[in-house]
Every structure is written in structure tokens, then in C-alpha cells.
Design a binder for this molecule. Structure first.
Ligand code: C5P
Length: 244
């Protein structure tokens, strides 16, 4: 079964997707980490970001893998570098390029093949897994996203002005929603979850309930034995859930 979680930066997708995957005993895929890893690699190697054809020629040869929440490029673990501000600033060179996206989309599909997956990103329900059984669009108001980002910075001991955080999120929203391919968009059949005022636990409870409802619906549509998109261990515990 594939569960997709798309949404804007700062909506809490990664934490929610990771926790949801753990609850369901699914695997978690962070596709943003893949875009970040390629960006870091390109910066580290001094690749020409301003020459899209050359950049795509190089980037589409990379093997990008995700193993136990680590991201590997050509077998090298680059996880420690991918959250650097320089990577976030340059990521549009990679994420906007149709051929580089096509390469990463292909790797994501191969990774998810024959697995139960909760995958998180911008284009998972629209482009990468349009056939996913359960699609979630996880979002929050700008104020809430700013508040959470500020809390994150505070925990890391980094002092950042509220205005700067807000501008950064608005810039990323603009980039994510306007790229020529793979733009952030709610799939027609996605369920929108607004996380304002909810704790992580409350969000994950709700997402778990949604996934199990999707599983129920899929079983009703294809009722014969062995058609369940949920793993066997989940089948008996599906009935009777209510919203938290
Ligand atoms: O999820 P995260 O914020 O780490 O993603 C970093 C950036 O990678 C996003 O802002 C977006 O530009 C890009 N991205 C993307 N498609 C995805 C996941 C991330 O374009 N599926």
C-alpha cells in the first residue's frame, strides 16, 4: 500500500509521516532528502548550477538511495549535509529541472515497489504515485508554520527573526507551487488535513484513522480474498476506529 503525504514546507510532514509509518509498520520515504542530497552533491562537486543541460547530464547519472532514514549518493552517506542553508537556497536548480525530477521520480517508484510505504514530498500524490490508495495533503496556516519553525530554531539554539522565517517560508511556497513540473498541488483525490493547533500525536492519530479508512474502502471495492492493501497484521484491527 502507498500512502502519500504532500504539503508545504513547515507543515510538519516529515515528523508526521515518520511517526505514521512507524505506527502502521510501513516504511517511510523522505523525497525532500533526495532532492537535498543531489543539491549538496552538486554544490560539493562545484557542478554548474547555471547550466541546466550540463547539470542534468551529471545529476541523472547519480544513484540516490534511502536506507534506514539515511540518504546515500553513489553509496556515500550525505545525510549530515543536506539540511545546510546553502542546500535549501540552491535546491530549486535541482527541483525545477524536468529531467532531474524524472530521474528522482523513477528512483522513488523503484524504491517503493512491493513495499508498504508512507512517502512524503510535494508531488507524491499527483505525479509519482497517482495510483496511491491513500493521499493526504498536510498543511497549516502560515502563522502556525512560522511558529513551529521558530520553535525548531530555538531548540537548536539558533536566533532568527520571525520576519526572516516568514519570508523564507513564503519564498519556498512560491518556488514549490510555481515550478514547471512536479509543483506542489493537492491531488484531486487527496484528503486535506490542516494541522493548526494539533499536537504531533493528534495529527498522527488522525492520519492513521484516514489510512485505515482508505484500506477499508479499497477492500470494499475489491472484496475478494487476498486483495487487502494493508499488511495481514493490520487487517483484523481496522474496524471500529473513530476520529480522535
Ligand atoms: O521536504 P523538504 O522541505 O526537505 O524538501 C526540500 C525541497 O525539495 C522542497 O522545498 C522542494 O523544493 C523540493 N522537493 C520537491 N519534490 C519533492 C520533495 C521535495 O521538489 N517531492
Amino acid at each position: 500500500m502507498i500512502v502519500t503525504i504532500d504539503g508545504p514546507a513547515g507543515a510538519g510532514k516529515s515528523s508526521a509521516a515518520r511517526a505514521l509509518a512507524r505506527r502502521l509498520d510501513f516504511q517511510f520515504l523522505d523525497t525532500g532528502a533526495m532532492y537535498r542530497a543531489v543539491t549538496w552533491w552538486a554544490l560539493d562537486r562545484g557542478w554548474p548550477l547555471d547550466r541546466p543541460d550540463e547539470l542534468a547530464r551529471l545529476a541523472t547519472q547519480l544513484a540516490v538511495d534511502w536506507q534506514q532514514e539515511r540518504v546515500l549518493v553513489n553509496g556515500q552517506d550525505v545525510t549530515a549535509h543536506i539540511r545546510l542553508p546553502a542546500v535549501t537556497d540552491a535546491i530549486h536548480y535541482i527541483a525545477d529541472h524536468p529531467r532531474i525530477r524524472a530521474h528522482l521520480v523513477e528512483l522513488q517508484r523503484r524504491w517503493a515497489c512491493n513495499r508498504n510505504v508512507v512517502t512524503e514530498g510535494r508531488d507524491q500524490g499527483t505525479v509519482v504515485f497517482p495510483q496511491a490508495e491513500c493521499k493526504i495533503f498536510l498543511t497549516a496556516s502560515l502563522d502556525e508554520r512560522v511558529r513551529r519553525r521558530l520553535e525548531q530554531y530555538e531548540r537548536q539554539g539558533v536566533a532568527v527573526a520571525r520576519e526572516a522565517v516568514q519570508q523564507e517560508l513564503l519564498r519556498r511556497d512560491q518556488q514549490d507551487t510555481s515550478r514547471p513540473v512536479g509543483a506542489l498541488r493537492q491531488a484531486d483525490d487527496a484528503v486535506v488535513v490542516v494541522t493548526d493547533g494539533l499536537s504531533l500525536d493528534e495529527v498522527v492519530n488522525h492520519l492513521e484513522w484516514l489510512v485505515r479508512s482508505c484500506g477499508e474502502r479499497a477492500r470494499r471495492e475489491v472484496p475478494h480474498e487476498g486483495s487487502s492493501p494493508l499488511p495481514t497484521s493490520d487487517r483484523d484491527s481496522v474496524s471500529g476506529e473513530t476520529l480522535p
